[in-house]
Design a protein around this ligand. Structure first.
Ligand SMILES: [Zn+2]
Ligand SMILES: [Zn+2]
Ligand SMILES: [Zn+2]
Ligand SMILES: [Zn+2]
Length: 374
């Protein structure tokens, strides 16, 4: 309790920035700094990670004392020390966490089958106990930040728009890049480059390989689209909205599995399993996380060669961000477990976001391929 109290009271009464390089004479701040260093290691952040508040000259004492720098030290995520870009959560003692770190803590606890706790004060975390802190979210969005391209300061709520659409130094590529121009430069120099770009005047024979590459990429997309169209055109097609729940057995202790309840399709019973990082034992050491799923036939196959085509989509009850994919699998009386398919999530953070929730909701679409087609 003493540790919790000291941390909380320090945040309440001491407005000084809580940076990792605190003066060694202050016992509270040392403890904080140790905690932060531990956290940095746990999340494999580079040791050089510092508060990312914009200053024109970090060596300048005046800049260090600026209100926005001091506020940055107070409003930053207590785990990664960055200023949160989006949602800010807080534990019941008020320690702030960005959405990414919050999901990471929740996902880690799910993997270890532990109760999630605040990395700062060890109080238990849950979606109902942890609240968003709108005041911090708004305050952070008003703090200045440096444009990555031109170095000028903007308020955080306008920085994304500036960097993406307005900054004269934002990276640009020539419009003739699709026919092979490799020019990369600043947006402000683009018009001048395009006016004198040689690419459009080259003979067709030199441009052809680039056009071919573009066509190949488009072809791959078309193939994916056609597979979806043929799945939707099958005589026997069905879908089920699933909720997968985490489960552990003696055999799988320390390993996280998800399982759906049984559902019927084409006169047979099925279920869906999901696992993390293909069941590797050193999962807690890996920074990359991915989920794979498997369709399991839970009854006799409807026909001796029972070919099922399936895909997973978000569905109406979940918010899984998954890319289009199609899986074929032939079930027989002896082969009742489908192949493990890596769930093609749209980005790396999506896996932690899904693991942070208790259940996984998505829709599976299944079609039965007529055997005569082969
Ligand atoms: Zn964070
Ligand atoms: Zn806490
Ligand atoms: Zn800029
Ligand atoms: Zn060009």
């Amino acid at each position: 309790m003493a540790e919790e109290n000291s941390v909380v009271s320090e945040q309440q009464v001491n407005p000084a920035p809580r940076v990792a390089e605190a003066a060694p004479s202050d016992p509270n701040t040392i403890e904080d700094s140790v905690n932060k260093k531990k956290n940095e290691q746990a999340f494999k952040l580079p040791p050089s990670k510092k508060l990312c508040v914009a200053t024109t000259s970090s060596a300048d004492d005046d800049d260090k004392n600026k209100l926005e720098v001091r506020l940055g030290g107070i409003l930053c995520c207590t785990v990664c020390l960055d200023l949160p870009k989006t949602t800010v959560y807080q534990c019941s003692n008020g320690h702030l966490m960005c959405a990414g770190c919050f999901n990471h803590v929740m996902a880690d606890a799910r993997i270890k089958d532990d109760a999630p706790t605040c990395p700062n004060c060890r109080v238990e975390l849950s979606r109902s106990v942890c609240t968003r802190n709108l005041a911090v979210e708004k305050a952070v969005s008003e703090l200045p930040a440096e444009c990555a391209h031109c170095g000028e300061n903007f308020s955080r709520n306008s920085l994304d728009n500036h960097e993406a659409k307005l900054c004269p130094n934002r990276p640009a590529t020539c419009q003739y890049s699709i026919i092979g121009c490799s020019w990369n430069g600043h947006e402000k120099d683009l018009t001048e480059h395009e006016a004198e770009c040689k690419q459009p005047t080259l003979p067709g024979s030199e441009i052809l390989p680039h056009v071919r590459r573009q066509a190949e990429t488009a072809d791959k997309e078309t193939v994916k689209f056609e597979k979806y169209m043929s799945l939707l055109s099958l005589e026997k097609i069905t879908f089920t909205d699933l909720q997968l729940r985490p489960y552990r057995t003696e055999e799988y202790c320390n390993r996280l599995y998800y399982e759906s309840t049984r559902f019927s399709a084409f006169g047979c019973m099925f279920s869906v399993n999901m696992r993390l990082n293909d069941d590797r034992r050193d999962i807690h050491l890996l920074s990359e996380r991915y989920l794979s799923y498997q369709v399991v036939l839970r009854s006799k196959p409807a026909t001796p060669r029972f070919i099922i085509i399936h895909t997973v989509v978000r569905g109406p009850y979940g918010n899984m961000k998954v890319n289009p994919h199609i899986v074929h699998h032939e079930f027989t009386e002896h082969v009742t477990e489908g192949i493990w398919t890596k769930l093609p999530l749209t980005d790396k953070a999506e896996c932690n976001r899904l693991l942070a929730n208790r259940n996984m909701d998505f829709r599976i679409i299944l079609g039965q391929q007529p055997v005569t087609d082969f």
